[in-house]
Design a protein around this ligand. Structure first.
Ligand code: ZN
Length: 135
C-alpha cells in the first residue's frame, strides 16, 4: 500500500454486485458512463479484491468483511464492496475495494460501520461519501 501525502482524501462508494454487473455490461457496450475514470478505477479495485478473496480464501489470512469480520472464500464471496477512490487521483495512490458480506449488505447503518472501520485503519485520512451513494 502506498501512502501518498497529497492523497489522503478519499471518496467512498458502496457498490453492489448488481452495480458491478451493470458497469461490466455498459463497458461491453462501450457506453460513455463506463469510460469514466471513477468507474474504471472502481472496477479495477473490485477485480483486485475478488482476486484476493479467492487467493487468500485458502490461507489463514482470508479477506474479511469490513463490517463484521467474517471470512470470505470462493464459496462465500462479498455481496457488495466499499470502494475508496482518491479525490485527486495521482500515480501510485491507494484505490481499494473492501468486501461486504451478504448479511451486512442489508444493514441500515452500513455506511457508518464501514466509515468507522476505515477511519480505524487509516487514521490520518479523510473520507467523504460520494454523491449518489445508496442511502
Ligand atoms: Zn459482514
Amino acid at each position: 500500500m502506498n501512502e501518498n501525502h497529497a492523497g489522503k482524501m478519499h471518496e467512498f462508494f458502496i457498490i453492489t454486485s448488481d452495480d458491478v454487473q451493470r458497469a461490466l455490461k455498459a463497458a461491453a457496450n462501450n457506453e460513455p458512463a463506463a469510460q469514466m475514470p471513477s468507474v474504471q478505477m472502481a472496477l479495477f479495485a473490485i477485480g483486485g479484491a475478488m482476486n484476493e478473496v479467492i487467493k487468500r480464501g485458502k490461507t489463514e489470512h482470508p479477506m474479511i468483511c469490513v463490517c463484521c469480520g467474517c471470512a470470505f472464500n470462493a464459496g462465500q464471496v462479498p455481496k457488495a464492496f466499499g470502494v475508496l477512490l482518491p479525490m485527486f487521483p495521482q500515480e501510485g495512490q491507494y484505490v481499494g475495494a473492501h468486501g461486504i458480506c451478504e448479511r451486512c449488505a442489508d444493514r441500515a447503518d452500513l455506511q457508518e460501520q464501514i466509515l468507522k472501520t476505515l477511519q480505524e485503519q487509516f487514521p490520518s485520512w479523510q473520507f467523504s461519501k460520494a454523491s449518489g451513494t445508496r442511502q
